[in-house]
Design a protein around this ligand. Structure first.
Ligand SMILES: [Zn+2]
Length: 260
């Protein structure tokens, strides 16, 4: 039995999850590992009790990662993980071994709604948390970027587009026509793309500050369109660095999804 989970972005809503069957695990194996956000949507839509179902592509990314994490912590016998990394303090290769349950120590419910209203350049804009659909759109952009060699100009251009869209996907402009999603998205994109670069930096800083105000669920990092869980803070085992230079290592959520 998996205990009922409060939805981190909507604390008055509960998520009811159940363990997957062998047949369902075989279905997940069909999804390419690099389509991880698609896999997370399929997984969460499968494990919900049908009478409480809501489409996980509409949940915030933090809701999704928290639910997968919750599922894993209640179904896995071994909750220890070991993440290899190149240490920025002593330049050696270490392994950070930790109990994944410690990730939950930083769990938080959202304060207020999952969006904020702010003034920017005379417009009242809404800044909201990225959801599953946004994460899947970023995943498609990453797949397109990864068709190019990592040191090529095309790769760098696609990567820059991803970073700009991490901002665009969080915005809702005034008078947005919800009925015409395509038009609404092209208006947002046009507005941001036409902005002077210095204005974009200000917009990005505004988005980041709203994001930390709205932090909820388990701690996540977003790097170049890719989300990861942050491992519990960690200090260099060679004794370089101190408590003020604690590391958070990226940790892929998709590894929690059972496959046979
Ligand atoms: Zn070290």
């Amino acid at each position: 039995m998996i205990p009922v989970l409060q939805q981190p972005s909507q604390p008055d809503k509960k998520l009811h999850l159940q363990e997957v069957s062998v047949a369902q695990c075989i279905g997940f194996s069909e999804v390419m590992p690099e389509h991880e956000e698609t896999l997370i949507t399929a997984f969460l839509n499968t494990i919900q009790l049908p009478e409480y179902y809501s489409d996980a592509s509409t949940w915030t990314v933090a809701d999704r990662y928290t639910a997968v994490f919750w599922y894993a912590m209640h179904t896995q016998a071994d909750t220890y993980a070991s993440v290899p990394y190149q240490c920025p303090h002593c330049q050696k290769e270490h392994h950070h071994t930790f109990d994944m349950r410690d990730i939950a120590a930083e769990y938080r419910s959202i304060q207020g709604a999952s969006y904020r209203e702010r003034e920017f350049n005379g417009k009242t804009i809404q800044i909201h948390c990225l959801n599953g659909e946004d994460a899947e759109a970023l995943q498609l952009m990453r797949l397109k970027r990864d068709e190019y060699a990592e040191d090529s100009p095309e790769y760098r251009a696609e990567n820059a587009k991803i970073r700009v869209h991490e901002v665009i996907f969080r915005l809702i402009l005034p008078n947005a026509q919800a009925a015409d999603a395509k038009r609404e998205e092209s208006d947002r994109t046009e507005w941001v793309m036409g902005m002077p670069e210095s204005q974009f930096k200000k917009l990005k800083a505004l988005v980041d500050s709203c994001e930390s105000e709205m932090m909820h669920g388990v701690p996540l990092a977003l790097n170049n369109g890719k989300f990861s869980l942050k491992s519990p803070p960690h200090i260099c085992p060679s004794g370089k660095g101190d408590a003020s230079t604690r590391l958070h290592l990226p940790f892929r959520c998709v590894e929690f999804i059972p496959r046979i």
